[in-house]
Ligand binder design. Structure first.
Ligand code: NAD
Ligand code: AHE
Ligand code: ZN
Length: 368
């Protein structure tokens, strides 16, 4: 079939709207009509050329929601008309990683996914017979996609596509990092570095579990008002204080119990670790740093009991946890609507990237 997609021909160039050929689903695969997709900072990171795994030409996008149109042979867990969220972290429930119960990082299709290919080593997208690569196993900047069955969470049909698409990455990453990775307890003090599309979801996760102080840190003063609505109790702008770490340590009688880095800046990652409490502080890295970047701190920070950790897709097991997160949104336990600041047609997708780069949006969503 033919579909419309925003194609990334090369790093650093704007996306180009094209008519693309899409082959139908093979065994274990599913054809999905994408109804809406968010634009995440990771899409911008890959498009910029800073991602070591970034391959071109490709169809980016990994924060979508849509409807199943057709299933390939052997598919049993979804059927046509089901509403689904594509998962860049699949859940096969059979690999060593899934069975360990220690991680959400299912590795069943990771190697082909990282090469922009379907599990059989081929692409379903092409233009004039020339293959176009998939991205993160999802490619939600295409109106129609083919994905493996294990990379689809089936969600309730009354949930609106233009908001729950955000659960495909940002919401789950932020809320999940608090609930599933850090398991923040009620009464804990928390610092969140970066109050964008991910950080604000960390903030609302911290509020959900009953954190005490929630300190938001951002260079953009415009972020404070929205972050207060979502639960921060204190706002720190690094431009207004000589030492962010000291400021947070003083606010919390020795440091926070948990911190989250939601930027991808290795200097900030160090601050995030060092503002946690001696003896037990835990700092969770969520931000994605550019190729070749390294983190550093005095080992003494770890000797004295702080822990440096990371979280991908919020530690969520997609097929199991994503439908529950959709329920939390529908039951108004978490908020999404206010975070979707812009809605755009596919033709204007580059504007969504500009808004993010200028710090004018939290999430832009493309509606097909
Ligand atoms: P965003 O652009 O919406 O937000 C980033 C925020 O950080 C902005 O508000 C910006 O003003 C602030 N900021 C930038 N530099 C700063 C600094 N030095 N000090 C304080 N604040 C600063 O981006 P996002 O969509 O929220 O993504 C954040 C990061 O998380 C990105 O690196 C993205 O790739 C990554 N990410 C990781 C995962 C994961 O699973 N680990 C999932 C999604 C996104
Ligand atoms: N390709 C980058 C790594 C990018 C990365 O860490 N991606 C996160 C999701 S970001 C979503 O917005 C992730 O899930 N990582 C786990 C994985 O297996 O990729 C690089 O540095 O090579
Ligand atoms: Zn993302």
């Amino acid at each position: 079939m033919k579909t419309r997609a925003a194609v990334a021909w090369r790093a650093g160039a704007p996306l180009s709207i094209e008519t693309v050929d899409l082959e139908g689903p093979r065994a274990g695969e599913v054809l999905v009509e994408v109804k809406a997709t968010g634009i995440c900072h990771t899409d911008q990171f890959t498009l910029s050329g800073a991602d070591p795994e970034g391959l071109f030409p490709a169809i980016l996008g990994h924060e979508g929601a849509g409807v199943v149109l057709e299933v390939g042979p052997g598919v049993t867990s979804v059927r046509p008309d089901d509403h689904v969220i594509p998962l860049y972290t699949p859940e096969c429930r059979e690999c060593k990683f899934c069975l360990s119960r220690k991680t959400n990082l299912c590795q069943r299709i990771r190697s082909t996914q990282g090469r922009g290919l379907m599990p059989d080593g081929t692409s379903r997208f092409s233009i004039d017979g020339k293959p176009i690569l998939h991205y993160m196993g999802t490619s939600t900047f295409a109106n129609h996609i083919v994905v493996p069955e294990i990379a689809l969470a089936k969600v309730r049909a009354d949930a609106p596509f233009d908001t729950v698409c955000y659960i495909g990455c940002g919401v789950t990453t932020g809320v999940g990092a608090v609930l599933f990775t850090a398991k923040v307890e009620a009464g804990a003090n928390v610092a969140v570095f970066g109050l964008g599309g991910i950080g604000l979801n960390v903030v609302q996760g911290a509020r959900l579990v009953g954190a005490d102080k929630i300190i938001g840190v951002d260079l953009n003063p415009e972020r404070e008002a929205m972050a207060r609505q979502f639960g921060i109790t204190h706002f720190v702008n690094p431009r207004d204080t000589p030492n962010v770490v000291d400021t947070i340590v003083q606010l919390t009688d020795g440091g926070v119990d948990f911190s989250f880095e939601c930027i991808g800046n290795t200097s900030v990652m160090r601050q995030a670790l060092e503002c946690t409490h001696k003896g037990w502080g835990r700092s969770i890295i969520i931000g994605v740093a550019p190729a070749g970047a390294e983190i550093s701190t005095r080992p003494f920070q770890l000797v004295t009991g702080r822990k440096w950790e990371g979280s991908a897709f919020g530690g969520a097991r997609g097929r199991t946890d994503v439908p529950k997160i959709v329920d939390w949104y529908m039951d108004r336990k978490i908020r999404i609507d206010e975070l979707i600041t812009h809605r755009l047609p596919l033709e204007d997708i580059n504007r969504g990237f500009e808004l993010m780069e200028k710090g004018e949006s939290i999430r832009s969503v493309v509606i097909y």
